[in-house]
Every structure is written in C-alpha cells, then in structure tokens.
Design a protein around this ligand. Structure first.
Ligand SMILES: *Cc1c(COP(=O)(O)O)cnc(C)c1O
Length: 841
C-alpha cells in the first residue's frame, strides 16, 4: 500500500489500486467526496490518498456516513471481482467446446487511463479496452507488456505552430501499480540473455484492471548495465537495436513473467496466448523453448503445440508498416544460444523469413507461430489476406486463413455517465449489450438537451485549453480575452482527433481553405471544428501537417470557430467523444485498419462522417451517419485529396448542417435526433468491446484451447502426430496428381439452378492414404479472369481405387466452371489452407 491509511479507511486502498475506478463512477464519487477540488485536479484516487491532509483522513475515519459508503463500495468491488460472470456461465453451459483456463494477452502498449500513460494511440487504448471488457465478462486473462519510464509524450506548440515534445518521467511507485515480489519480499526479476554474455533483468509491476492482472516489465533496476536499464525507457523510440531488445523483453521476458506470476499466486496457467500485433511475437519462441527443454520434442512437434495455442491479431494494412528487423540483428541476439537454449537460430530465422532474405518479418513470424490469425475489421481482414497471401501459395486471397474480428470500445469507459443515466440500464448492462432501447421512455427533447449539455461541457473545456495553449506559446493573459468566446454551445460541432500519420490526412479539410472558412462562418448554419492530434516525434511530415492546421486556426477571422488543442490524450478524448455532434474521419482508404474513435462518439450519440474505411465500411447503413465518397482508383494522390475534400465540404454544407439546423417548433432537430437514436440503437451494441471479446472467446480462444488439449494430451501425442504427418506429406506431395476430371450431366441444357450434378476425378495420391487428404470440388461462375467467382466447395469421397466423387447443387445459372483440388487433412489443422499446400489438375 502506498499511503498509510487509518484502519477504518483501509478499504480505500483496494479501491484506489484497482483501476476499475476508471470505469466505475460511484467509486470516483467516493474519492471526490474526500476533497472535491483536489480530486478534480488529481483525477487519480491513489494520488488523492497520498496527497490529502492526514487530518482530513482522520476526520473521515470518524464519519459514519463516509465509512458506510466506503464499506458499500468495497463490497461492491469484491463482488465484481469474485462473482461468476458471463465466462463462468458460458463455461458451465451446454455449448460445445472448452474455454481456456486462462488467456495471456500481449501488447506493447496499454492505455488504461491517463493516470498510467503507457500508450501512444489507438492500439494501446484498444488493448486496455480488451482487458476491461474481458474483466466485465469474467474472462480469465493476464495482460502483459512493458512499462515505459517516459510515458506518452506531452505535446505543446511553439509560437509558430511547431510540435514540441516533453517526456514526463514516471515514478512507478507513485502510480496505481504494485511491485511483484517473491515470498521473501524481494522483487521478482525475470531475465533474458543479451549478446556478449550479458543479462537483461526486469522487475514486474502489476496493475489491477478489474479482474485482470496486467504485468508490466520494467528494466530500470539495479544490476542492469546502464544501456540495458534504458530498454524500457520509452515507447517506439530508438533504433532497430533498441526495438528488438524491447520486443525480446516483452515476448520472452513476458512469458517468463506470466509463469512466475502464476507460480506465486496460483493463477491458472494460460493455455492460449494472444499476440496483439507483431511486436510481442517472440513469446511463441519462448514457449517453444519451454516445450523443447521439458518434454523432449522435436522442433516441429513443439511448433504444432505452440501454434495450436496462439492467436495473432494484425493491425497493419500496409506492408511498409510491418515491423521488420535485419536478419543479422536477429542472429546477433539468438545466435549464441543463450537467449533460447535448444532453439535453433536457423529455425527462428525461418519463421520470420520474407521475400527479402536480409530481413526478418515480425508479422510473418506472428502468422507462422499462430494457428489462428485475424485483422480488425472486415475490410482489414480482406486487405490482410491479400498482403499475406504469399504465405499460402496456391490459394486465392479469400481462402487465406486470416479472418477478422472488428474492434470495439469499452462502453463504461467512454460513455458519458449522464448518457447512461438518461438511457437507463446499469453500467454492466450497458457494457454488454449497448443502450437498452429507451426511445419509448426518453423524449427527443430530453436527449437533445443532454446532447447540448455535453456540447457545452466541451465548449468550456475548449476555451480552457485554448487559453492555456496560448499562455504556453508565450501570449500574455491580457491578449487572451477573446478565448472566453471561442466556440458556441449551440453551434454544430465537428471533431477530428487522432494520431497524425500521413494516411489519416489531418489536413484534408484545408484542401480548399475558402470553402472551409465559408462553412465555419456561415450566418445561418455555422459549424465549429475541434482538431487535436500528436505526431510521432520523429515524423517531420506529421509535424508540418500540424503546423498547417495551427496556422489556419490562428487566423483571428476563424479562431472562434476552429481550434487545434495540443496534447491529445485519453482525458481530452473523453470530452471530444462526448461533446461533438459529428465525428470526422478521412483516412486514405483502405489504410485505416479499423479506427475506434468514431465508435466512442457513436456511443455518446455522435454521428459519424467518414470515409468508408475500417469499421465504417461495414457499419455505415445509410441512416447512422454519412459516408464520404472515396475516389477509389484515382492514383494521383493530390487529385484524390481534391475529390474527397470536395465531397466532404459538399456533405457538410448540403446535408449535415441543414439537418442539424432544421428545427421543429420546440427547437429540436427531429431528423437529426432520429439519426442519433438509430445510431445508439443499432451501432451501440455492435461497437462494444464486450461484443469483440465474446467473439474472440467463441471463435478464437475456445477452439484454440480445444486444439491445445488435443495437441498436448498423452505426452504431446497430437502434436507429434501432426509433425509426423507434415514430414510424411512432404516427399509425396509434389507427386500427387489430379486428372480426368469430369462433370457428369445428362445434357448441357439440364444445367439449371438447384440441380444436383456429380463431379468425378481420378487422383494419384502417390502413396498417401485417402484419409490423409481432403479432395474438394469447387464450382463457380466463370469470370473475366481465369478464376471462379463466388465458388461453392464440396467434399469428394473415394469410390473405388483412385476415383473420387462429389455432388454439387448448382448454385447459379450462367457459364459454370469447376475444378477439383487436393488439400492436406489432419484433425489438428484449423483450416485446409493452413499448410499452404494444394494440388490442382
Ligand atoms: C480511441 C482512441 C484512439 C484511436 O483513434 P482512431 O480512431 O483509431 O484514430 C487514439 N487515441 C486515443 C486517446 C483514443 O482514446
């Protein structure tokens, strides 16, 4: 415990150190009631307890009402932490399959709360939302990642609008973290070997994210050489050498931390490992080492077992964005055999192999170490299947075994409590199933008033931040009178806030400055725009974009209608998601893997105005917001920007603003409100992280756990058998032949839809057994290219020696084509494409 509390207040310690307070307003209220002003400044229960005057705590220790409330909150937390929830009910249910005892979730960053600034953007916030939703659902999970000494950088602006970074150094002992200790009280240390006979050690800080322990590795410990102490200095900083050390620590050290944690606490051992983006992929190699050391298996046998229990999520829609290392560098760390004894470095290099033999590709390794892989929206799934298709040669893109789980956001974290209060439902219901339909209980007027209230709060926050930013840029208070009238609580408010990589096109709205000015300053239907975002410190181009925006908004003619707020983080984000009427997103399609900020806006009744990219591509339905038409196929990027910007102005001026300002006699915009209701009701449930986590549980964790069990039972019999099967397949496979394929029909004109026809083929299995293979007939429409469109696949069975038959119900009319193919078959393969082997006629 960080603070010494009077005994009757001991419960406050547990409440302050469990980060559930970040999504549980009643807990925050309790702390605010200690000292409202102080809490509004600190926003962190733990710092509250260490800062508040001891006399105040003594006073509260004698305050019966406060003690009652503390007891109630403590009991509520205890119940939340221990009661059976969805996962426990699901595990006890009748449905097929076995849920894992535990899942280990690895990510390089976590954005749980601004009080723990261990993230740089959407990926980290998503990872934290994953843990929070898993906690609400009762999923047995352990989170793992590094703890950075310099957290998320703080952004300010120079007078001429250039981004300036500050790295506040964090002191873990002042954060809601507990140092993991051995029974003798010494800190737990995990080590990973470094080249040259050195060792890198890390201590482990644990954050409690509701029910989920989040283990954060910290190399700033005595005993590490000076350069090694700095391995976890900051997120995504430094050169390739620095990054590979961080990733070795996160992956290999991370597994070691999980093992030690489970041994010390009795937490169930994870059976499934979820790699959130390629950076943490070395975790699979450490699990290889464990199996090779303990169980006397061959590399390929161990690989089968590890793959069965690994899930890999890719977040990158462009090859250039993939994490890669020079192969030499990987050799330097893994080559002397100290880091992973018993794991052959040549095999390691093979797992990360790509077209360029000099490079090691973390995404390729992630895919080769994981039996199940996914992108983060339907569109991103398709893009990923295309990007990685070369790993499964012989298969069309749509058969590449990478599927998708669309991201979601943690409702209780992001939804304004006023909104939850109005729409009803307790936090947990809201978190699981979105807004319970409140339309018959709550009037348009009530919801509109609430939206105005949230907009007003944003306006106040904007004014405060604009003033602060100008003071920081060197203005004097005397010049800043105008900041009190920046923005208007009754003007249509558009938000745009996110990181500033080029593809997100921060400055698209500036494409035609006059048109933007006209929209901002329209007499009858003005709009106001709030912009925020940080550029990666090394990205000069991003900083130039920020500067362009800042120069535009500095103009006294528009500065009351458009602002750039420096230092975007989770705290600012909450105001924006809640208060903006329209959430704008205009990436270059399809470079946004998912995007989640628009989901947070939607949960608060904001309407999305977005390019159909990421999640919006699948969720836009024509009446829940607007889709900015994309100039797909236009290859000149400037022309494309012009076209898409023009479409954006057109939508804002002709559709969005008119609908917002079209008021009934009561002042309520009826058409607007019906879109808001529709958004809350239909998008509400879909964009929840609880929906996402349930999908991972049902479609990834559960089958993975089932497969792990089959692989490791009876001394890894299944894993050994699969490895043997692969070895056996290898010499035969190239000789397997398909010939004499035939479609058996009475007459060509009997080819009518719905008619059943036979496909026959002779197959030379070259010594393999019929049970070793899956033979399929594929029937589809003959397209322009040499491919079958909308193919239907049916299994074929052996009839007599060498012949296979299958019957197909003709799916459609038109020119039909068919083919027959042979694929590997084994009970421990998750998909027939898994081994990337196929034989066609
Ligand atoms: C949700 C969130 C993001 C992600 O936004 P995108 O829409 O994915 O760009 C980034 N930063 C913060 C602070 C967030 O809360």
């Amino acid at each position: 415990m960080h603070a010494s509390l009077p005994e009757p207040l001991a419960g406050l310690g547990a409440l302050a150190t469990n980060l559930r307070w970040t999504w549980h307003p009643p807990t925050r209220d309790l702390f605010a009631s200690i000292d409202d002003v102080l809490f509004r400044r600190l926003k962190d229960p733990l710092r509250m307890l260490t800062t508040v005057a001891p006399e105040r705590l003594e006073e509260l220790a004698a305050d019966a009402d406060f003690l009652d409330r503390t007891r109630a909150a403590t009991e509520d937390l205890q119940r939340y932490l221990t009661e059976p929830r969805w996962y426990q009910r699901r595990a006890a249910g009748e449905e097929y399959g076995r849920l894992p005892e535990a899942v280990a979730y690895f990510s390089m960053e976590y954005g749980v709360t601004e009080a723990l600034p261990n993230y740089s953007g959407g990926l980290g916030v998503l990872a934290a939302d994953h843990l929070k939703a898993a906690s609400d659902l009762g999923v047995s999970m352990i989170g793992v990642g590094p703890l950075y000494r310099a957290g998320y950088f703080r952004q300010s602006l120079s007078l001429d609008g250039w981004q300036v970074e500050h790295y506040p150094v964090i002191d873990p002992s002042g954060l809601p973290l507990e140092l993991l200790t051995e029974p003798d009280g010494e800190p737990v240390l995990v080590g990973v070997a470094m080249p040259g006979g050195r060792d890198l050690r890390a201590q482990i800080w644990m954050a409690r994210v509701g029910r989920i322990p989040l283990l954060l590795l910290d190399t700033d410990v005595d005993g590490n050489d000076e350069d090694l102490r700095r391995v976890t200095d900051r997120l995504y900083g430094g050169d390739a050498d620095h990054r590979i050390r961080q990733e070795i620590l996160a992956g290999i050290g991370g597994v070691r931390a999980v093992r030690r944690y489970c041994a010390l606490t009795g937490h169930p051992r994870p059976e499934v490992f979820h790699t959130n983006e390629g950076h943490a992929g070395f975790l699979g190699l450490e699990r290889m080492r464990e199996i090779l050391a303990a169980d006397g298996l061959e590399f390929d046998e161990a690989l089968s077992a590890v793959r069965a229990g690994t899930v890999f999520t890719t977040h990158t829609p462009v090859s250039a964005g993939i994490d890669r290392f020079p192969a030499d560098l990987v050799h330097r760390y893994f080559g002397d055999g100290r880091l992973l004894p018993g794991v052959d470095v040549r095999r390691v290099l093979g797992l990360g192999a790509e077209d360029n033999p000099g490079m090691f590709n973390m995404a390729h390794m992630g895919l080769r170490l994981a039996q199940r892989a996914n992108g983060v929206s339907k569109l991103h799934g398709r893009v990923s299947r295309r990007i990685f298709a070369r790993l499964w040669p012989g298969f069309d893109d749509d058969e590449v075994p990478i599927s998708s789980v669309t991201n979601g956001v943690h409702g209780p974290t992001w939804v304004a409590r006023e909104m939850t209060a109005l729409l009803g439902g307790n936090d947990e219901e809201w978190g699981h199933d979105g807004a319970p339909s409140a339309r018959d209980r709550v009037t348009d007027q009530q919801l509109w008033d609430l939206r105005r209230d949230l907009r007003s709060k944003l306006v106040a926050e904007v004014r405060r931040r604009v003033r602060e930013a100008w003071l920081q840029r060197g203005a004097s208070a005397l010049e800043l009178g105008w900041t009190t009238s920046v923005f208007d609580p009754d003007v249509l408010t558009v938000g745009f806030a996110r990181r500033v990589p080029t593809y997100k096109r921060l400055t698209l709205m500036l494409r035609d400055p006059d048109r933007l000015r006209a929209l901002l300053l329209d007499d009858d239907r003005p709009i106001q725009v709030v912009v925020a975002g940080k550029s990666h410190p090394a990205d000069e181009g991003g900083k130039q974009l920020i500067q362009q925006i800042v120069r535009f908004v500095d103009d006294p003619a528009v500065r009351h209608r458009i602002v750039f707020l420096p230092d975007y983080d989770m705290a600012m984000a909450r105001y924006l998601y809640r208060g903006c009427d329209v959430w704008l997103n205009n990436p270059t399609r399809p470079l946004e893997a998912c995007g989640t900020s628009g989901m947070k806006s939607a949960l608060n009744g904001g309407l999305n105005l977005s390019i159909r990219d990421g999640w919006w591509d699948e969720c836009y339905d024509g009446s829940n917001g607007w889709a900015i038409p994309t100039a797909d196929g236009v290859t000149d990027p400037l022309l494309r920007d012009d076209l898409e910007a023009a479409a954006l102005y057109e939508l804002l001026g002709q559709q969005v603003a008119p609908l917002f300002y079209d008021r009934g006699p009561d002042g309520v915009p009826e058409g607007w409100m019906s879109m808001v209701w529709h958004t809350l009701e239909t998008l509400g449930p879909r964009v929840q992280a609880s929906r996402m986590v349930r999908e991972y549980v049902e479609s990834y964790y559960l089958p993975a756990a089932t497969m792990v069990e089959a692989a490791i039972r009876d001394g890894y019999a299944g894993a050994r058998d699969l490895a043997r099967y692969r070895t056996r397949l290898h010499p035969h496979w190239r000789k397997v032949r398909v010939f004499d394929t035939e479609l058996l029909v009475d007459s060509p004109d009997s080819l009518v839809v719905g008619k059943e026809v036979q496909v026959r083929a002779r197959i030379d299995l070259a010594g393999l057994e019929p049970s070793d293979v899956e033979v399929q007939a594929v029937v589809g429409r003959v397209g322009d290219v040499d491919e079958l469109e909308d193919p239907v696949t049916v299994p074929m069975t052996p009839t007599e020696i060498g012949e296979f038959r299958g019957s197909v119900v003709l799916p459609r009319a038109g020119a039909l084509g068919y083919t027959v193919r042979v694929l590997p078959r084994h009970g421990l393969l998750a998909s027939p494409a898994e081994l990337g082997k196929v034989v066609l006629p």
